[in-house]
Design a binder for this molecule. Structure first.
Ligand code: E4P
Length: 218
């Protein structure tokens, strides 16, 4: 399973990248706004900086247009920033049309705002490289986000779809483990749940004892 970090914060991206386990970054307009990026030039420049920071990783850059022609124009501009850019397109009718166009024209896409298996089927049919089910937001609505990952994984296996399942809207370390178990190809997570995977009290207790005992033979 690939690990992406879900943030536009360069310090956090660097920290995850330095761990050596990072395969990419996802952003969205809310995450860009959170780090104070304003204006087209600044947005473009920020994506370029992220691509240069995470070499070889897939960097999702989201369109903010909702009309087919405008999505295509915006996506072309985003894809031209750097070869690592994946154009993130919302699961709407014009988005599906645009993803099909991007696929036919060699531009890779990440289909975002996916909340059902039916939407995931459409994303695969449109040739998206990634499909992003938002599991945290599904849990917030009293449905089971991880169950949706398992359902999509089953459908994609039966149908032989090549689109990769990118579990998004991750809220906890347990979400990451459960998504791995359910067949996600990628998890995109904020930094904290990634670092949370390191933690186990028995590791801390065991290490403290080893370090204490090591003093006796130093
Ligand atoms: C990533 O691609 C999504 O935009 C992101 O994971 C959404 O997360 P949220 O539900 O925490 O905003």
């Amino acid at each position: 399973m690939k690990f992406f970090i879900d943030t536009a914060d360069l310090e956090q991206i660097k920290e995850a990248n330095d761990l050596g386990i990072l395969n990419g970054v996802t952003t969205n307009p809310s995450l860009m706004a959170k780090v104070g990026i304003k204006g087209e030039a600044a947005v473009m420049n920020h994506y370029k900086t992220i691509c240069e920071l995470v070499k070889d990783g897939d960097i999702s850059a989201e369109v903010v247009s909702t009309d087919f022609k405008e999505i295509v124009e915006e996506g072309k501009k985003l894809a031209a920033i750097h070869p690592q850019i994946i154009v993130k397109v919302p699961m709407i009718k014009d988005g599906v049309k645009a993803m099909h166009w991007f696929t036919a024209n060699g531009i890779k896409t990440n289909c975002t705002l996916v909340f059902s298996a039916g939407q995931a089927i459409l994303a695969a049919k449109a040739g998206a490289k990634y499909v992003s089910p938002f599991i945290g937001r599904i849990d917030d609505s009293n449905w089971d986000g991880v169950e949706l990952i398992a359902q999509i994984a089953n459908i994609y296996a039966i149908q032989g779809y090549e689109t990769e399942i990118l579990a998004a809207s991750i809220r906890s370390s347990l979400h990451i483990v459960k998504c791995a178990e359910a067949g996600a190809d990628v998890v995109t997570s904020p930094l904290e749940p990634i670092l949370g995977l390191l933690k186990h009290p028995l590791t801390d207790i065991g290490l403290a004892k080893f370090l204490a005992d090591a003093k006796s033979f130093k």
